[in-house]
Design a protein around this ligand. Structure first.
Ligand code: SAJ
Length: 408
């Protein structure tokens, strides 16, 4: 098996590179960020994830290399960021295009470029093929294109790398089969082969489906709040129906996937993507709903001082240190707009200061507050009820099941 060069060592590229290295593949991980590469070369991981430390040690033992340079080889895996452009909601393909350009400068003839980053349907046709053709490189002969979108979930990435089904989209079935053999080195689940556009679209559809489902749960939460119904009880009962599976309401949808991918469809199909847009709006409205709930509680408890509000959880979901698109950051922005100044913040996973009045010690944080707003369901808080029960608690994640705790 030849060397593979993984381009982009972030949340997806790094664990993928380590997994290949663990399973006997010769791997070079490349990232343009020198600080990141230096840190990996010194044996320091760049983010926390269950099982990563052990996986990293094994990959190091097996000789994984990290570099800022693209390698001359015949298999590339591209896992670079694919943000959306805020003004028109379309995919921003600049990092993918840069990666392709640099691969073409060094690759062997007949190389396979596998794009793992999530991209909008048609992005390979629109941006990647022209980038290649501009260099007089013939796709299907000098270079082969594959889209193999990842599906792993932060917090359970290492397990899911092995056990999630995968999709491989290629122009040519024989190339798809070669890439399937490669991923079968660690992937024990089904690997579906298809064309490139179907792979692009199915990935975006999966995350959009979840966004819409969560939006439904969030809308139900607002309806139930209006007439004092228990949304969690109602969803629990409805989900007993064999063909119903409603997700959970929450303070908003964060992360780099579910809150981003649906925008690709809205951006490319503005006249058609109505339900998708509405779901995005509902989920994006949840931090404001949380703020309204805080205001209600302040009234109910006789105008508690704003500086006595404590926000627990900065990351976008439980047990991770990832704050991308976090509902808490959106809530803090809304609070600032509403002159909610002096609000205290704590997250056991965030050890560097990133917002104002952020505490690094849980007890000191608790000493300063009267209202505790739980934004993230870290395991850390679940065992701490005895420490917080004297606070006014707004539990936006439905962790605590008792009548004194307030909900969305
Ligand atoms: N959320 C809710 N209610 C729910 C479930 C989630 O409010 O019932 C919120 C979470 O708190 C979070 C956001 O939605 O803020 C997204 O969280 P998530 O756990 O659903 O998904 P991500 O963004 O961490 O990862 C997803 C994964 N998708 C799932 O279907 C679980 C993963 O499989 C994808 O690979 C990843 O997106 C991606 O890269 O696309």
């Amino acid at each position: 098996m030849s060397l593979i060069n993984v381009i982009g060592l972030g949340y997806i590229g790094l664990p993928t590179a380590l997994m290949f290295a663990k399973n006997g593949v010769e791997v070079v991980g490349t990232d343009l960020n020198e600080k990141l590469v230096t840190s990996l070369l010194e044996g320091q991981l760049t983010f926390e994830e269950d099982g990563m430390v052990e996986l990293f040690r094994i990959a190091q033992k097996n000789g994984i290399i990290f570099s800022t340079k693209y390698q001359k080889t015949d298999i590339y895996i591209v896992a670079v960021p694919t943000p959306y452009i805020k003004s028109n909601k379309k995919l921003d393909p600049q990092y993918v295009i840069q990666a392709i350009d640099q691969i073409l400068d060094v690759c062997d003839k007949g190389a396979i470029i596998i794009i793992e980053s999530t991209i909008s349907p048609g992005a390979i046709d629109k941006y990647v093929r022209p980038t290649i053709e501009k260099k007089d490189v013939v796709i299907g002969k000098d270079i082969h294109l594959v889209h193999a979108p990842e599906r792993i979930i932060p917090g359970n990435m290492i397990y899911e790398l092995e056990y999630n089904a995968r999709t491989i989209g290629a122009d040519d079935i024989s190339i798809a089969k070669r890439v399937k053999t490669l991923y079968s080195k660690f992937c024990k689940a089904e690997i579906v082969l298809t064309d490139i556009v179907s792979a692009e679209m199915s990935k975006v559809v999966e995350n959009t489906y979840r966004d819409i489902n969560i939006a439904f749960a969030n809308e139900l939460a607002k309806i139930c709040r209006k007439d004092n119904m228990n949304v969690y009880e109602i969803i629990r009962i409805a989900n007993k129906h064999p063909r119903v599976n409603i997700l959970q309401p929450g303070p908003g949808v964060g992360g780099h996937c579910i809150s981003v991918d649906p925008w690709f469809l809205v951006g490319d199909y503005p006249d058609l993507a109505n339900l998708i847009l509405e779901a995005r709006k509902i989920n994006d409205s949840m931090p404001v709903h949380v703020l309204d709930r805080i205001k209600q509680l302040m009234k109910e408890y006789n105008e508690i001082d704003i500086s006595k509000i404590g926000i627990y959880g900065l990351s976008y979901k439980e047990n991770v240190d990832d704050t991308r698109e976090s509902p808490t950051l959106q809530l803090l922005d809304k609070m600032k707009d509403n002159l909610f100044l002096g609000v205290k913040v704590y997250d056991p996973f965030i050890r560097e200061p990133m917002v104002e009045n952020q505490f690094m010690n849980f007890d000191e944080f608790l000493n300063e507050i009267e209202i505790l707003v739980i934004m993230t369901a870290h395991d850390h808080i679940k065992s701490k009820f005895d420490l917080i029960e004297n606070k006014i608690i707004l539990d936006t994640r439905n962790i605590f099941n008792c009548s004194e705790v307030h909900k969305l």
